[in-house]
Ligand binder design. Structure first.
Ligand SMILES: [Zn+2]
Length: 506
């Protein structure tokens, strides 16, 4: 689960590692097909996937190679198949670009002199390895949008200075990241956001200086972006003959068109930019009576990798709960569904990459699906599942479609589970891979006990979550995860049953 936000040849090695595993005899688990998933089975997978040998499963690392080899090996043993016609069997390449700022300076020519700020006044990030701009006109754009949500000023070739806070003249207007992108799309040479008291300056500085990863297919931002402290902004306005308070006041109007400042900027910024490819792992269980519709199980395999390189005690964020636990469930669900009576419909299994970097693998799949999205009758995401004990009620993130909710309720109650429909789980809707599919119209659900008991979940989120401490131990509660695995086997059977589920309900 993500927070509330070099050339490499790995895929080749990974493909070889995966290819060597394809020959393993399928369906060796058939005899256990009807047996409940056990805590010991899940523990075995979690222990391996979150071991230090996997280095925290960082995309583009040897930990990815090992993860691919393990997951493909388990799914092949279970009897799953690579998706027919895929260029790299079992894998879908996901091209990524990682940028990390390494330095930046801005000098403003204003009022007959030069003005520069130190790291307490300005932080800059270049989009490319080296950016150098000279004599760029500076314009204050207020919120950067008008009351209709359109870019409000001519920013082409200019350095736009924009307010961080949400615009006061509408409640569906975009937040600052989107407004910054809109200004970039409008041709701004740079966008500086005036910081707000709501976010401490060191936090903004660190965010701007950290690694940022995006899909290679995503729109690029302006050549230079950054933050300006409120005091630095006021100094710049004053030297340009303007009053900061008056500018901010004028910007409160929905028809504000910005103010050109009598100033130009010279900007240099450097960054390391690394393009690389990671992989979604995708497998198929062909249906016995395929009708062109499909069920998709997914969960993210990636975690934060070597997250504390300077920590002598523990450098690795192993991601045992987040989300080796979900991958363990995906493996056991695949074994049960492949080993028992073959479901009618095709069932796909996907372990996504780079969820922690912003659902990037799931977003890539949504843009490049191996089966038409309109044919996916339901996507069932499994993330951070080893939280609750047996007997925890079942909550559903993404609920609200009565026909689907009825199936989940019926299947859960058949297994003796209670339903939790207090809606608390909904707050995690955008923090899980299903969101990327839901945004494209796929019914995406995350079903289980982990998001039902909020005090238990918040205890994890407030302690081991995204820390080296999220490592395997015998204390990880797996009772609820085992029950949730059985629930997913049953849900897979229900949604893949052409007699039980027509596949076109809303
Ligand atoms: Zn996470």
């Amino acid at each position: 689960m993500p927070c509330g936000e070099p050339m490499k040849i790995l895929p080749f090695r990974a493909v070889i590692a995966a290819a060597t595993l394809i020959a393993i005899a399928p369906a060796t688990y058939a005899k256990d097909a009807d047996a409940p998933v056990t805590e010991a089975e899940l523990a075995d997978h979690i222990r391996i996937l979150s071991s230090d040998a996997f280095e925290g499963r960082g995309p583009g690392t040897e930990g990815e190679d090992r993860t691919i080899a393990y997951v493909v090996g388990e799914w092949a043993k279970a009897g799953l198949e690579p998706v027919p016609g895929s260029a790299t069997p079992w894998l879908q390449g996901v091209p990524l670009i990682e940028t990390q700022a390494t330095g930046g300076t801005a000098t403003f020519r204003v009022g007959g002199g030069e003005l520069a700020f130190d790291a307490d006044g300005i932080v800059l990030t270049g989009r490319d390895a080296s950016v150098s701009l000279a004599g760029v006109p500076v314009v204050f754009v207020g919120y950067g949008v008008d009351g209709a949500g359109r870019v409000n000023a001519d920013v082409k070739g200019k350095l736009a200075i924009m307010l961080f806070d949400s615009a006061p003249f509408g409640d569906t207007l975009p937040r600052y990241r989107e407004r910054r992108q809109m200004l970039a799309d409008a041709g701004a040479a740079g966008v500086l956001v005036i910081a707000t008291d709501a976010v401490p300056w060191p936090q903004l500085r660190d965010a701007a200086g950290g690694k940022v990863t995006r899909l290679a297919s995503a729109k690029s931002g302006a050549p230079v972006t950054g933050f300006l402290s409120p005091a630095a902004a006021d100094t710049l306005f004053r030297k340009a003959g303007q009053n900061g308070a008056a500018l901010r006041e004028a910007a409160q109007a929905g028809d504000y068109r910005g103010a050109a400042l009598s100033a130009t900027a010279d900007i240099r910024a450097t960054a390391t930019v690394r393009s690389y490819e990671s992989n979604n792992i995708i497998a198929k269980l062909p249906g016995a009576k395929p009708d062109g519709k499909a069920v998709l199980f997914l969960g993210h395999w990636d975690h934060l990798g070597i997250c504390a390189p300077d920590d002598p005690k523990d450098r690795i964020c192993n991601g045992a709960i987040d989300n080796a636990s979900g991958i363990a469930v995906l493996i056991e669900v695949a074994k049960r569904l492949a080993g028992g009576a073959r479901p009618d419909r095709d069932i796909y299994f996907m372990a996504t990459t780079s969820e922690e970097k912003g659902l990037l693998g799931a977003r890539w799949f949504a843009d490049h699906p191996v089966v038409p999205l309109a044919d996916i009758i339901v996507a069932l995401n499994i993330d951070t599942i080893a939280i609750s004990p047996r007997g925890t009620p079942v909550a559903t993130i993404g609920r609200g479609k009565p026909a689907y909710d009825a199936v989940v309720r019926a299947v859960a109650e058949t297994l003796g589970r209670k339903i939790d429909d207090d809606g608390e789980a909904d707050s995690f809707l955008q923090r899980q891979d299903g969101w990327a599919l839901g945004a494209k119209g796929v019914t995406a659900l995350m079903v289980g006990g982990s998001f039902s008991d909020m005090p238990l979940l918040e205890k994890f989120l407030g302690s081991d979550y995204h820390e080296p401490a999220d490592a395997f131990s015998d204390k990880i509660p797996l009772g609820g995860a085992a029950e949730d695995a059985d629930l997913h086997v049953a849900l897979g059977r229900a949604f893949a049953d052409t007699r039980r589920w027509a596949g076109d309900a809303k």
